[in-house]
Design a protein around this ligand. Structure first.
Ligand SMILES: Nc1ncnc2c1ncn2[C@@H]1O[C@H](COP(=O)(O)OP(=O)(O)OP(=O)(O)O)[C@@H](O)[C@H]1O
Length: 378
């Protein structure tokens, strides 16, 4: 049982502010994903919770107790890093058992045997217990490291990109397994990643961190569908979301947006128009993900904009088309069997009902169509 509170936590390394006044509560038994770009402060945040870095300002509380002065070994926190350090001379069983043989958390051998087998079966490595780390695969080594961290029954489980170095296929498998195991953990977990798919699929909630500050906290759906600002929108998704300016035009009380060098405005959905009008926003940018376009090789209607194919990048089960609309390059997702030539004419229309509207002044999210209903859907 452990709830974690960070209260105004600031950590500097000389002139670098790694954590800048972080206020954050992780609920008991929550699987919380910390997501952000390189250098954002993710690892430092874990280290402050583990007690291996000390914040200059602020408080770390575990289960409502201030642990600032509690040394790392006494916090009963397990950490798994990308570079799992297994003992090379010990077999998998002894590696997993090692925390339970340490003086601080010592258990009797019968308990150790039971716990190692339980965890090993959860990790699907129970047939490998006699082998040395050098005799198992990368993925199995990683599972051993996860098992070793789990076996101690820690109050808190900190994982720093534990599967980042695995190849894409194995990462996919491990991601699915971690999700399955999540229910069995029942241990408050903070999981660091810079892979947005991992963030979206694993977390009860996702916290997005940038330059030492928490930018947004929400469920995967919330941060994907309603990112707090353009920065979060750009982080979430591959290919990156398209964000460009539109000029608002009011024709007899109906709000439209002129975009991408077109003459005719696109109609802005009524619920969005109301929020934009009520908020007095004048400079707007819209965000559209790769799926939020229709395209055709014939001009099916006047709304379709003239474009040309700028580049074609097949990636597995889809193709990313970069199309040029009046000099603006848009990333559009197409099926992987699409037949297309460079510089070929193409006609593109935007799905305004999918567009996210941002305030161009500060990059903050304003609204999208049907927002409330979208977030209510399970
Ligand atoms: N021991 C240290 N000494 C000096 N600067 C440090 C130290 N540890 C971290 N930093 C700096 O603090 C900032 C945050 O680093 P941190 O490792 O927490 O980022 P991160 O989000 O985990 O990045 P990554 O995804 O690249 O691992 C960075 O600018 C980093 O260079």
């Amino acid at each position: 049982m452990a709830k974690i509170d960070l209260v105004n936590v600031t950590k500097r390394f000389n002139k670098t502010v790694a954590l800048d006044g972080i206020d954050l509560t992780i609920h008991d038994k929550e699987f919380f994903v910390l997501f952000g770009p390189a250098g954002a402060g993710k690892t430092t945040l874990l280290k402050v919770i583990a007690g291996v870095e000390f914040p200059e300002v602020g408080e770390v509380r575990i289960s409502d107790e201030n642990v600032n002065l509690v040394e790392p070994a006494k916090r009963n926190i397990s950490m798994v890093f990308e570079n799992y350090a297994l003992y090379p001379h010990m077999n998998i069983f002894d590696n997993i058992a090692s925390p339970m043989r340490s003086p601080l958390y010592k258990k009797d051998e019968a308990t150790i045997k039971r716990e190692v087998h339980k965890v090993a079966s959860m990790m699907k490595i129970d047939h490998l217990l006699e082998r040395l780390p050098s005799q198992v695969s990368n993925g199995q080594r990683q599972r051993t490291a996860l098992g070793r961290a789990l076996v101690r029954d820690p109050n808190v489980f900190l994982m720093d990109e534990p599967i980042a170095h695995l190849d894409a296929k194995l990462r996919h498998v491990m991601r699915a397994e971690l999700k399955e195991m999540q229910h069995e953990f029942s241990t408050t977990t903070i999981y660091v990643t810079h892979d947005y798919l991992e963030a979206l699929s694993l977390g009860d909630r996702v916290g997005i961190i940038n330059e030492g500050k928490i930018v947004q906290i929400g469920t995967g759906e919330e941060v994907y569908l309603t990112p707090a600002n353009e920065f979060v929108a750009r982080l979430m998704g591959d290919p990156e979301i398209n964000i460009f300016e539109i000029d608002l035009v009011d024709e007899d009380g109906v709000l439209g947006g002129v975009m991408l060098g077109q003459k005719k405005p696109h109609l802005i959905p009524e619920d969005v128009a109301k929020v934009i009008n009520d908020g007095g926003y004048t400079k707007i940018r819209i965000g559209l993900r790769g799926n939020d376009f229709n395209y055709s090789f014939t001009k099916v209607s006047p709304e379709y904009m003239d474009a040309t194919v700028y580049s074609v990048e097949p990636i597995g089960n889809k193709t990313i088309l970069v199309v040029d609309v009046n000099g603006e390059k848009l990333r559009v997702i197409a099926p992987n069997d699409i037949k297309v030539e460079l510089d070929q004419p193409i006609y593109v229309n935007v799905k305004m009902d999918k567009a996210m509207f941002f305030n161009a002044e500060d990059g903050n999210f304003i609204i999208r169509h049907n927002q409330k209903q979208l977030l209510e859907v399970d």
